[in-house]
Ligand binder design. Sequence first.
Ligand SMILES: *Cc1c(COP(=O)(O)O)cnc(C)c1O
Length: 335
Amino acid sequence: MNLARFPRIRLGHFPTPLEPMEALTRHLGGPRLWIKRDDCTGLSTGGNKTRKLEYLCAEAIALKADVLITQGATQSNHARQTAAAAAKLGLACHILLEDRTGYADAAYTQSGNVLLDKLHGAQVSRRPGGADMPAEMEALAAGLRAKGHTPYVIPGGGSNPVGALGYANAALELLNQAAEIGLRIDHVVHATGSAGTQAGLVAGLVALNSGIPVLGIGVRAPREKQEANVLALAQRTVAHMGLPGIVRPEHVVANCDYVGQGYGIPTQGMVEAVKLLAEKEGILLDPVYSGKGMAGLIDLIGKGYFKPEENIVFLHTGGSVGLFGYPEAFEVPAG
Ligand SMILES: *Cc1c(COP(=O)(O)O)cnc(C)c1O
């Protein structure tokens, strides 16, 4: 695997730390839990989209784009990191936010990621839930082209074979860190949504012949659909890397039992996981992705999915800014 031939622009702080979670491991009675801190990528409070944007923005600049367009849910971390990347690179940025939850309160619609989108100078506009967001982005791009601009359209979550290179590279970074400290990684677990993170990780881990399985905890789609999305993108990513055919269906595993009522809708398990990590490890998860991912990991540990002596790496994909969009979900008793 040689990723150095793909153009990349530095936007974040890498490598992100790989740390043990000793208190959480003790609290749960094993397995040995580690955390890969991709919440600490540095760009506008960090998160997993920064790795993807390093490759996507390099392509945008090569194509002489002057404006980035992307889309996401109202509290999209991807939109916020794209707005920050555009600011840093001197590009304009248009963000389309889809109302996937129906929440109309000021915290959800104005605080958290939305506040930061605007601070970074992005133009934010809203679309109703269920809108055809790729078509909406294309319409916006056509309008900008007609005015003489060169837009670069980034798909939701930055999930295409270019963006996924960021996580193929993260796989290499993680294996190097594990080798340095003599850590045998038995599983990688993380929250999966638009599929680019898991697709890139699987592409990298398979290309490097690591033998390490990845478990994606779904936050939106049912399992069959999520696995099909990840597999298709992982296969396109390895083809883009010049290694077609190396990813097979057995490399892609998702568990979508922790979505609850839907994307962005809090679950009790998520609230408990966010509070537990905050109290035991001083780590902030998020309500939409990493909180549900951790809820899944904790529940699977309770069900004996992992062996006590195994080393599990939880990839923290970021998103804690989204906590400010959900204050009532975490209401702590007065007193
Ligand atoms: C986008 C996101 C994910 C999911 O990553 P995908 O590549 O979209 O599957 C997980 N966690 C956080 C905090 C995110 O913002």
